[in-house]
Design a protein around this ligand. Structure first.
Ligand SMILES: C[S@@+](CC[C@H](N)C(=O)[O-])C[C@H]1O[C@@H](n2cnc3c(N)ncnc32)[C@H](O)[C@@H]1O
Ligand SMILES: C[S@@+](CC[C@H](N)C(=O)[O-])C[C@H]1O[C@@H](n2cnc3c(N)ncnc32)[C@H](O)[C@@H]1O
Ligand code: SF4
Length: 457
């Protein structure tokens, strides 16, 4: 089952993908693209680049990050370039539509690293001057002082990890900046990239109330630019915060309180001219994140760097099957692998037709526009949205209670339904699986194959 919640929407968790041997899955995917006249889907991809280092560990975070023991900027740069080159050649994509430098703390990297990676991309694929190039920034004085150089290196969008505007809360979260520094960084980023600055904020934090959240959000909306990501704090097993809550040293708001926080934030953002376009993302003046949209629309993406993941067809080795790839997590091991074989791919899994549709469903339903008939037809020409979901009793209930909408535009959540998406997904996935597996064997051969993980070469 695919793990998705209202939390870090940009976090593309690895679905519990079933893996298959042989080629039928690929034939199906190729068929889908061929029949839909969209072979360009295998010629384009977005690129995610992971910088795995942070100055310290925030108390709530379980992303793939490490405290650096020494300065290895030079080796990291070489390896990121090498892996970018290898995976671009493997995918044979001719166009990279967006680049996202995430982490960890990529604002700790040198601007020269960013430009070196972008130059490598441009040597092997078309990277338009207009393509969105985002860098995540921790709003520390060091991060802020490098923003201009990052722009010269090719970055044209900043995503700033503000998290909170309360200094006391920033301390509890273990952040390495103050709210004043966050405000200064937003101002500087807006000066450099007007209209292309995003802020990440978390709610459901220890000691937070709906009233304090409303006040904090209204302060933020006075200074922020045109994009806001709101993440519900998730207590991740193994983190310091998780232990503090387990031992009752710290408490977090109850579920009904965080649900109220989410709804009040949605209303408030709406009043300030922001359109919600995804569970956690809001934009005005059309400043949607193209990179994240490519995930939600089920497009190809390549993941470079320790722990990065990707979804693409490795055409370069003659394959026609979309794969889910994950790079080695630990930076020192990843570096050795890249030096030895040009990439640090740890896991490759063939995506069957059903896996592919499950991902398209889970990701697509996160968008307020949902899944249009045209979008679905591209991935599943043999069964329409009405054929898959129209007969399901559960889906009928969601439609009647107006949590879901299925009309001539497609399938999507209503305003209320979007907050309940996680509770609807199991029924939607079950219905999809039932309908696909009921098709004649030739239509879903891939789903009947033996499970197999491919060993990276
Ligand atoms: C992994 S961080 C990387 C960017 C940068 N280092 C930072 O902290 O801002 C990306 C975003 O994930 C979100 N995030 C991380 N851990 C989370 C958690 N446990 N619950 C909800 N959101 C989380 C934060 O909002 C953060 O801005
Ligand atoms: C939580 S999102 C924040 C995006 C931000 N709100 C924005 O609109 O630009 C970004 C984080 O997700 C994770 N992430 C995104 N794409 C990834 C990929 N392909 N592989 C690994 N991690 C990824 C990284 O930890 C990254 O810091
Ligand atoms: S700075 Fe970002 S990536 Fe690093 S520990 Fe904190 S939340 Fe996680």
């Amino acid at each position: 089952m695919i793990k998705h919640t209202l939390r870090a929407a940009g976090r593309v968790t690895s679905p519990g993908l079933r893996c298959f041997s042989g080629t039928p899955g690929g034939e199906i995917i190729e068929d889908v693209f061929e029949r839909a006249g969209s072979t360009h889907l295998t010629q384009q991809a977005s690129l995610y680049v992971h910088w795995p280092y942070c100055l310290r560990r925030c108390s709530y975070c379980n992303f793939n990050k490490y405290i650096p023991r020494s300065n290895n900027n030079h080796i990291m740069t070489e390896c990121l370039q090498q892996e970018t080159e290898t995976l671009l050649q493997l995918s044979q994509v001719s166009c990279i539509t967006s680049v996202f430098f995430g982490g960890g703390t990529p604002s700790l990297a040198q601007p020269s690293t960013i430009s070196a990676v972008l130059e490598t991309v441009s040597r092997h694929a078309n990277l338009s001057d207009k393509a969105e190039v985002t860098l995540e920034v921790n709003p520390t004085p060091v991060g802020m002082s490098k923003l201009e150089d990052f722009c010269h290196a090719g970055v044209n969008r900043f995503s700033i990890g503000v998290q909170s505007l309360q200094d006391e809360d920033l301390k509890i979260l273990g952040r390495d900046h103050s709210s004043h520094q966050a405000l200064q960084t937003i101002e500087e980023a807006r000066r450099l990239c007007p209209g292309r600055v995003s802020v990440d904020v978390m709610f459901g934090r220890p000691k937070q109330s709906v009233e304090s959240w409303e006040k904090e959000l209204s302060d933020l909306l006075r200074v922020c630019d045109d994009h806001v990501s709101l993440y519900q704090l998730t207590l991740e097993r193994g983190t310091q915060l998780f232990k503090q809550v387990q031992s009752s040293e710290m408490t977090v708001p109850a579920d009904d309180v965080t649900a109220e926080m989410y709804q009040c934030a949605r209303r408030s953002l709406h009043q300030h001219g922001f359109q919600q376009y995804e569970v956690s993302n809001f934009a005005r003046h059309n400043a949607v994140s193209e990179h994240n949209m490519s995930y939600w629309k089920g497009r190809q993406y390549i993941g470079v760097g320790p722990g990065a993941h990707g979804r693409f067809v490795p055409l370069g080795e003659g394959s026609v099957i979309r794969e889910a790839r994950t790079q080695t997590l630990e930076p020192d091991v990843w570096i050795l692998e890249v030096q030895q074989r040009g990439h640090g791919t740890r896991r490759r899994i063939h995506l069957s037709h059903l896996d592919f549709l499950e991902e398209a469903l889970v990701m697509g339903m996160r968008m307020t526009e949902g899944i249009t008939h045209k979008h679905w037809q591209l991935f599943c020409p043999q069964l329409s949205l009405n054929e898959v979901f129209g007969m399901s009793i559960d889906v009928q209930e969601f439609l009647q209670s107006e949590q879901l909408i299925l009309d001539d535009r497609g399938l999507r959540c209503s305003w209320d339904g979007l907050a309940l998406l996680d509770s609807m997904l199991p029924s939607l996935l079950l219905e999809l699986e039932t309908q696909i597996l009921q098709r004649p064997q030739s239509d879903h051969q891939a789903d009947a194959q033996t499970e197999k993980t491919i060993h990276p070469r």
